[in-house]
Ligand binder design. Structure first.
Ligand code: HEC
Ligand code: HEC
Length: 236
């Protein structure tokens, strides 16, 4: 597991924060970080049971790594490339070794290297209310009103660590760009999500992302329209 995660798989290239020289920071091994240039956030792989992989089962984790889909959520962005190009070709024993190794990591707190833009309590309430209507109009047909999604076709947003993680940038980028699940042997007919960048302005995106971060028992802070503006024009 250690060899696969730290050597062959280069998981820390993305899942650790970067120091000024661009080398991965030994003190922040697997604690999550914003990937330079691509600007997707690779979440902590060692954030414990409450928000992290700690409450996934081994089967859920190995399925996610092997097929790109799971009842916990689908891979997207650069993680889909990792599944497509390498992880889907690993043996079940290797995937199990990765899962065991990740679970054995001491829990670290993510350094949270993205500058936070605070949202006033009043704006947070407005965003969540407006976001609910946008969700009903544009998202519920796939992710369902109760946020539970549909099997492995449409990932759940309720209880999905990708939604509640700090910072909220990946959810913002998914809504702007949409995404394709990776086509893998274990998921030969991948489903996709349409982009909403044309349809929704920065305020609308902040509203719907704030809503999904707070609905159905999710409990994450609101995201500001200013953060959406910042992430609207970055390369995929
Ligand atoms: C046509 C169906 C469809 C619609 C409509 C849709 N989605 Fe999705 N959504 C998907 C699929 C499929 C994925 C997985 C895509 C991937 O893996 O790249 C996804 C993934 C996501 C993710 C990443 C979660 C994860 O674990 O993969 C978020 C966040 C999300 N959708 C939010 C929304 C929001 C908010 C809306 C409405 C503005 C919306 N979606 C509308 C089908 C849809
Ligand atoms: C090129 C950058 C990159 C590399 C290399 C990479 N990842 Fe990821 N990973 C991401 C991004 C971005 C996400 C968030 C999107 C998602 O959930 O698919 C992610 C998400 C994940 C998740 C879901 C975590 C959660 O809480 O939702 C797991 C598990 C994971 N990666 C494991 C791995 C493992 C194991 C390796 C090495 C074999 C690896 N990753 C290599 C970028 C990367």
């Amino acid at each position: 597991g250690a060899y696969l995660v730290e050597g062959l798989g280069h998981c820390g290239m993305c899942h650790s924060s970067f120091n000024a020289l661009g080398a991965t920071d030994k003190n922040a091994q697997l604690a999550g970080g914003l990937i330079p240039i691509q600007r997707w956030y690779a979440p902590a792989l060692n954030s414990g049971a409450e928000v992290g992989l700690g409450n996934w089962t081994d089967e859920e984790l190995t399925q996610f790594l092997k097929t790109g889909v799971s009842v916990r959520g689908a891979t997207y962005g650069p993680m889909s490339d990792v599944v497509f190009h390498s992880l889907q070709h690993l043996s079940d024993a290797d995937l199990q070794a990765i899962a065991t190794y990740l679970r054995a990591q001491p829990v670290l707190v993510s350094p949270g290297d993205v500058q936070k833009i605070e949202v006033s309590p009043q704006l947070a309430v407005e965003l969540a209310q407006q976001g609910r209507q946008i969700y009903i109009n544009h998202c519920a047909e796939c992710h369902q009103l109760d946020g539970r999604g549909v099997g492995e076709q449409y990932p759940p947003l309720a209880g999905n660590p990708s939604i509640a993680m700090q910072p909220g940038t990946n959810a913002i980028r998914m809504v702007l760009l949409g995404g394709f699940q990776p086509g893998t042997k274990g998921n030969p007919r991948p489903y996709s999500m349409p982009p909403f960048a044309q349809l929704l302005n920065d305020h609308d995106v902040a509203a719907v992302v704030t809503y999904i971060r707070q609905a159905w028992g999710n409990n994450a802070p609101a995201v500001s329209p200013a953060v959406v503006t910042r992430f609207r024009h970055v390369p995929e």
